[in-house]
Write a protein that binds this ligand. Structure first.
Ligand SMILES: Cc1cc2nc3c(=O)[nH]c(=O)nc-3n(C[C@H](O)[C@H](O)[C@H](O)COP(=O)(O)OP(=O)(O)OC[C@H]3O[C@@H](n4cnc5c(N)ncnc54)[C@H](O)[C@@H]3O)c2cc1C
Length: 429
C-alpha cells in the first residue's frame, strides 16, 4: 500500500507534489500521481496563441507559500535565460503558452512519481472495524486494468465539459464539439487552412472561451469562414478584476469564507459571479469589437456576427448533415433559424461527474450538507460520517465551502500547502 495517491496531474496536484517535496514528505513516504494524458499539458484544448493567463504570474505553483522555492515562475524564467527579457515585456499576466511551458518544466521534475496514460475508473473505501482505513483504486494503464491501495487520496481531476440539454442528441465531438476540444477539432483545422470551401460555425456561450474562439476564428487564415456567436445577454459582460474585487481571490479570504453561514456564502458567491463566470476580459472585448468594425466597414465582410439576447430553442441535424439552430429573440420573442456546419459549445464546465464517477461506493459514509453539497473540511478533506484514519482530499471541487477561487489557480499553492501539512499530520479536523 502506498501513502498518497493523486488522481490527475494538472496544476493542482503538481503544486501538491512541490509542497510535499519541499516538506521532505518523499523521504519516508510513497506517493504516486495518475494522469490520463500521455504527458503533461495544461488545458491543451484551448491553448491558443495570443491568449493570456488571467491571474498574476506570482500566483504560480508555489510563490505564495515559498517565494524562495526553485519551482517559482521567476526561477523558471531565469533557467530559460529570459528573466531580463520577461521584465522588459512589462506584463503581470503572461501568455497561456508560456505558463503552460512553465508548468511542463515543473512537471518534468516529478517524472519518477507520475504515471501518465493512467486513467482512474473506480474508488472503493476499505474498512477496519468501522473506520475507513484506506482506499482501493482501480485504474487503466496503457489499456491494461489494474488496482492499487492507498492510505490517502487527493482528487484533482478537473471538471467536465457542460453540454446544454438542447445539444445532447446531436453532440458527436466532430461537428458539434465542446470548447475543451477546440485545438484538436476539425473546426480548428479548417481555420488554419486557406480552404476555398465555405464553412459556417456557431459558437454558443458568452464567457472567456467563447470570446477567445470567436476572435481566433475571425482572424483565421481561412477567408471563407462565417462565424456566429450566440449570446443570451446583451453583448459580452466584462470580467471584474479590479483591485478590491480581486481580494476575493486572496488566500486569506478562504478562512473568512469558510467560516460563514451557508446563506452568507451563497449571497457572496452570487454577488461575485462577474469575477469569473460568463464574463470576458475587457481587452478581449475591445479586440473583438475592433475586428468586427473593420470587417464590417472596411472589408465589407459579413463573416462575423454576434446574436445577442438569443435563446436556443431547438437543434436538429438535417438530411444534409447540417445543424439547424432555432432560436428566439429575448426582445420580441421572434423565432429564427440558421444552418451551420459546426457548433462549438463554449458552455463551461461542471463537477457533477465527481459523484457519479467516483463516489458510487461512498453513499453511506459521505456527509452532505445543506443543498446536498458535499461537506468538506477546512483542510479540503471530505467530511466522513465516522471518524476515519484515511483521508480523501479534493482540489477544485469546494467552491461552496471554500469560495469562488477554489476552481481557479489563485489559491492553488496555499490549498496544496494546507493538504500537504494535513498529510504530514499538522492539521486536525
Ligand atoms: C482554457 C482555460 C483557461 C484557464 N485559465 C485560467 C487562468 O488563467 N487562471 C485561473 O486561475 N484559472 C484558469 N482556468 C481554470 C482551471 O481550472 C485552472 O487553471 C486549472 O487548470 C485547475 O487545475 P487542476 O489541476 O485542478 O485541474 P486540470 O487542469 O483540469 O487538471 C486535471 C487533470 O486530471 C486529469 N484527469 C481527469 N480525470 C482523470 C482520471 N479519471 N484519471 C487520471 N487523470 C485524470 C486530466 O487529464 C487533467 O490533466 C482555466 C481553465 C480553462 C479551461
Amino acid at each position: 500500500m502506498i501513502d498518497v495517491l493523486g488522481i490527475g496531474f494538472g496544476p493542482s496536484n503538481l503544486s501538491l507534489a512541490i509542497q510535499l517535496k519541499e516538506l521532505a514528505f518523499f523521504n519516508d513516504k510513497k506517493v504516486r500521481f495518475f494522469e490520463k494524458k500521455k504527458s503533461f499539458s495544461w488545458q491543451p484544448g484551448l491553448l491558443l496563441p495570443n491568449t493570456n493567463l488571467q491571474i498574476h504570474f506570482l500566483k504560480d505553483l508555489v510563490t505564495l507559500i515559498n517565494p524562495k522555492s526553485p519551482f517559482t515562475f521567476i526561477n523558471y524564467l531565469k533557467e530559460q535565460g529570459r528573466l531580463s527579457d520577461f521584465i522588459n515585456l512589462n506584463v503581470s499576466y503572461p501568455s497561456r503558452m508560456e505558463f503552460n511551458d512553465y508548468l511542463f518544466w515543473a512537471a518534468n521534475k516529478f517524472e519518477d512519481i507520475v504515471s501518465y496514460n493512467s486513467y482512474i475508473t473506480d474508488i472503493e473505501p476499505k474498512y477496519d472495524v468501522n473506520q475507513v482505513s484506506h482506499f482501493k483504486v482501480t485504474y487503466v494503464h496503457d489499456n491494461i486494468p489494474n488496482e492499487i491501495e492507498t492510505r490517502h487520496l487527493v482528487i484533482a481531476s478537473g471538471r467536465s465539459p457542460k453540454i446544454p440539454s438542447a445539444f445532447f442528441q446531436i453532440y458527436d465531438g466532430i461537428n458539434v464539439i465542446h470548447s475543451d476540444q477546440f485545438t484538436k477539432s476539425e473546426v480548428h483545422k479548417i481555420a488554419s487552412e486557406n480552404n476555398l470551401k465555405d464553412h459556417k460555425i456557431a459558437i454558443i456561450g458568452a464567457g472567456q472561451s467563447a470570446a477567445e474562439i470567436f476572435l481566433y476564428l475571425l482572424e483565421s487564415k481561412n477567408p471563407n469562414l462565417k462565424v456566429v456567436n450566440f449570446i443570451r445577454q446583451f453583448g459580452y459582460s466584462p470580467a471584474d478584476s479590479s483591485s478590491f474585487r480581486n481580494k476575493v481571490f486572496d488566500p486569506d479570504f478562504v478562512d473568512v469564507f469558510y467560516n460563514l453561514p451557508s446563506e452568507a456564502k451563497n449571497n457572496i458567491l452570487e454577488s461575485l459571479l462577474n469575477t469569473n463566470y460568463s464574463v470576458v476580459d475587457p481587452d478581449l472585448i475591445s479586440k473583438i469589437f475592433t475586428k468586427l468594425y473593420h470587417m464590417q466597414h472596411f472589408d465589407r465582410s459579413n463573416n462575423g456576427a454576434i446574436v445577442s439576447l438569443s435563446e436556443i430553442k431547438n437543434v436538429i441535424r438535417n438530411s444534409e448533415n447540417k445543424i439547424e439552430i432555432e432560436y428566439s429573440s429575448k426582445i420580441n420573442s421572434k423565432v429564427e433559424k440558421q444552418e451551420f456546419d459546426y457548433i462549438v459549445l463554449a458552455t463551461g464546465f461542471e463537477q457533477a461527474f465527481l459523484y457519479k464517477k467516483y463516489f458510487n461506493k461512498f453513499k453511506d459514509i459521505i456527509h452532505y450538507g445543506n443543498d446536498s453539497n458535499l461537506e468538506v473540511n477546512r483542510d479540503y478533506s471530505i467530511k466522513f460520517k465516522k471518524c476515519s484514519e484515511a483521508k480523501l482530499f479534493l482540489q477544485g471541487y469546494s467552491e461552496m465551502n471554500h469560495g469562488i477561487a477554489d476552481t481557479l489557480l489563485s489559491v492553488m499553492a496555499n490549498r496544496a500547502f494546507t493538504i500537504a501539512t494535513s498529510l504530514i499530520g499538522g492539521n486536525k479536523n
